[in-house]
Design a protein around this ligand. Structure first.
Ligand code: MN
Length: 231
């Protein structure tokens, strides 16, 4: 086959002997093929597979069974112009699902620089967020839209993170709403912060400066059904 006639290769990961990962490694390390988009498919998905595939420059990782609509959207995404597997997150069923129903995230933070930092981290994880500048704004935003996740600063003018969380929880109780995961962002890892956060009804916390792996771990704990093993 000539390389200019091939845009994408779908390959099974679990072939006897020479597996899909080895195949992908060989293809992508050949400069004539380095632009080909590889979709790795597996029925034996293991934690860490997607990360390893991403590191190899594989464009997509799909666990079987694969629905026709998932494959279609996957190919549309990996073949879209300017999508570089080294610059963008590897396409998984989770990413495809996200594309159809983006997760609604509310970022509550009064400091502009911290807002930018947190937004940057969320973007790397593939999430976009609405912003509330304090607890009062957070509460009214939460009452007008259902959010899937709230990231909450602790110290804010008008209303701090603790009070905003307590009011959100009270609102949920009154309205029989499913509790939204609230992840506190604590300024300094003060002793007792965690207990204070949890007592106020927060689900989890990360300390500032926020490390992306800590944020990811918190999201996995709070939204396990969204961030399945493939992400
Ligand atoms: Mn603050």
């Amino acid at each position: 086959m000539r390389q200019e006639s091939v845009d994408a290769i779908l390959v099974d990961k679990d072939m006897p002997g020479y597996g899909g990962e080895e195949f992908a490694k060989a293809v992508l390390s050949d400069f004539r093929w380095s632009k080909v988009k590889i979709v790795l498919m597996t029925s034996l998905g293991m934690r860490g597979d997607a990360q390893r595939a991403q590191a190899l420059g594989i464009a997509a990782y799909l666990s079987k069974p694969i629905r026709q609509s998932d494959l279609f959207d996957c190919l549309a995404l990996v073949l879209s112009e300017n999508r570089d597997p080294h610059q963008h997150p590897i396409v998984t069923k989770h990413i495809i699902k996200e594309m159809r129903h983006p997760l609604r995230v509310l970022l509550v933070e009064d400091n502009l620089i911290n807002q930018k930092v947190a937004q940057g981290l969320l973007r790397k994880i593939g999430l976009a967020a609405d912003i509330a500048n304090n607890g009062v704004e957070a509460l009214s935003a939460y009452q007008s839209h259902p959010y899937d996740l709230v990231l909450m600063d602790m110290q804010m003018p008008e209303m701090d993170g603790i009070e905003a969380t307590q009011r959100i929880r009270a609102y949920e109780l009154e309205n029989l709403a499913r509790p939204v995961p609230i992840v506190a962002m604590t300024a300094n890892a003060m002793k007792g912060d965690r207990e204070i956060c949890l007592a106020a009804g927060m689900t989890d916390y990360v300390s500032k400066p926020i490390m992306i792996q800590h944020l990811q771990a918190a999201l996995h704990r709070c939204l396990p059904h969204v961030f399945e093993k493939e992400s």
